[in-house]
Design a protein. Sequence first.
Length: 289
Amino acid sequence: MTTRTSTTVPHAEYFPHERKRTFHPALLVAPRREISEIVRFWPVIGNMVIQELRVRYQRSFLGFFWTLLNPILMMTVLGFVFSNLYQGRTGENFTLYLFAGMVPWGFLQASIGESALCFIVNEGLIKKIYIPKIVFPLTRLLINLTTLGFTLTALFLMLIPLGARPSFALIALPAALITLAGFVLGLSLIVSTLNTFYRDCGHLVAVFLQAWYFATPIIYKPEFLPQRIRWWLVFNPAYPIVKLFQDILAGGRWPDWPTWLMAAGIAATSVGVGYATFKSQEDKLVFRL
């Protein structure tokens, strides 16, 4: 008696081919959903901004007037010190050049520094009710953007005393502000996310921002640097964005197109990398608080 043994050959479906990685439409849905959530919670964002500004100046005799007085005093001191320090090497209107660089840098430094702790200090709120987590770094950005508006007002009040005149280039200022805000938003998302997971990051950010400040031509002009190290400015992502403000406010001229393109590219890259970093860890943030 012979026994037949049948060998079954596996069908192709048991050994599926590796799936090809294709672009999924959901990658475009996430930013749209984020924007709709921001629009939905916009009254909450506005209330948080107003509340923070009220608390900041609630027991101050001058109140919101400090938002004008503080930058004027700070810029006046720095302008006096560095104008006398360089003793004629600065050319005309160095004080205005200094002010034009301090305006965007003050916004950058304050926004990134405050965003490092934005999830940590709002731990109770995040765990109690649903609020899109991107609201918290965005709120810090808007608070400092409001302060930036008052700082620019103070700067405009000082244009004529400093010998400057309004120019046609001022119409480019809103585009420069949008570029700056995008650049800072991306960095804020990265810093706030990293600091939630690694608390040492917040301490390193303060040191890094201080070093970055001195590496950016704000309290000096690029031509003051030795020729052998001047090329390093190409690798400073803040330089093209700060230069936009220096050209518009201090130089009274329209920034050249290479500067615009470089600044816009850096801002777009910052937003993209920052948003991708934030979204990749968004669901894990609550477990690290």
